[in-house]
Design a protein around this ligand. Structure first.
Ligand code: ZN
Length: 281
């Protein structure tokens, strides 16, 4: 037994060592495999983490999709581009100062709109437009004065035709007195006065010179008569109340413009300014 045991014992030892080794090898392989798997399993969450991280940017992508607002910002930027038209007028835009086109070159020709001579802040007469008082307009005034006198009103045309040079001295005087801003409201710059056309008259009442060139004249019997009857004689109240933005001039109860034919009646009945009637604004 002992010898057998001794003989066997090396075999048993080898076998058991082999078994132990095999178990150890298998164990380590299994461990490694398991470790590898567990690592793989751990990596999955890691991957899924980055996925989550990616999905976070993906969410932020989604947000930017939801952030259609951020897409709206793009269209919002486009409308801002639509503000280009705002820039375009800037190119064409002329600087308007007190109704005048700044830097406007002196006119070389008078402006006619539908055959009507138009003189205002944007449409000046050439400096050499010098036809004097229009005889037809003067005759119309005289006829109107006769009609008014029949109703006890004595009209006086205290200012009619004015030359370019005279308007220059007049305007300069007003600017010196009231400043350019204020003078531009009631006195035309040279070339821009309707008086240069010979078709305009400043009208007052004889004996009430104190009311000449005042808005108070418009409240008098004579002023009211003109408002209601001037058109029958070819005249319009050129600068009515509340139309300063359109005509360029403050209300002038005294300033009347002669228009050929029945145009004055048409403008009067339309209840608009000459600019509006002619489609100018
Ligand atoms: Zn006038």
């Amino acid at each position: 037994m002992n010898s057998n045991q001794k003989k066997k014992s090396p075999f048993v030892v080898i076998a058991s060592i082999s078994c132990v080794l095999l178990i150890a090898i298998l164990g380590s392989v299994y461990y490694k495999y398991n470790t590898a798997q567990s690592t793989t399993n751990e990596q999955e969450p890691i991957d899924s983490l980055p996925l989550v991280e990616n999905s976070t940017p993906a969410e932020s992508t989604t947000q930017s999709t939801e952030g259609t607002p951020s897409n709206d910002i793009v269209p919002k930027t486009e409308p801002v581009k639509e503000a280009e038209p705002t820039e375009q007028p800037k190119e064409n835009e002329v600087e308007i100062v007190n109704g005048y086109i700044e830097g406007q070159q002196p006119a070389t020709e008078p402006t006619y709109v539908n055959g009507v001579l138009i003189v205002n802040k944007k449409n000046p007469l050439p400096a050499d437009y010098d036809k004097g008082e229009d005889p037809t307009a003067k005759a119309a005034f005289d006829k109107m004065a006769v009609a008014a006198k029949a109703e006890g009103i004595e009209l006086v045309a205290f200012s009619g035709y004015r030359s370019y040079e005279y308007q220059t001295s007049l305007y300069d005087r007003y600017v010196a007195k009231d400043g350019k801003g204020e003078a531009d409201r009631y006195s035309a710059r040279p070339g821009h006065s309707e008086h240069q056309s010979g078709l305009a008259f400043d009208i007052g009442e004889k004996g009430r010179e104190d009311l000449w060139l005042t808005s108070a004249f418009g409240e008098t019997k004579a002023g009211q008569w003109l408002v209601n009857n001037a058109h029958k004689h070819g005249f319009i109240l050129r600068y009515p109340k509340g139309k300063e933005e359109i005509t360029g001039f403050m209300y002038e109860s005294w300033h009347f413009r002669y228009l050929d034919g029945d145009l004055a009646t048409k403008v009067y009945e339309a209840g608009v300014t000459l600019e509006e009637y002619l489609g100018l604004e």
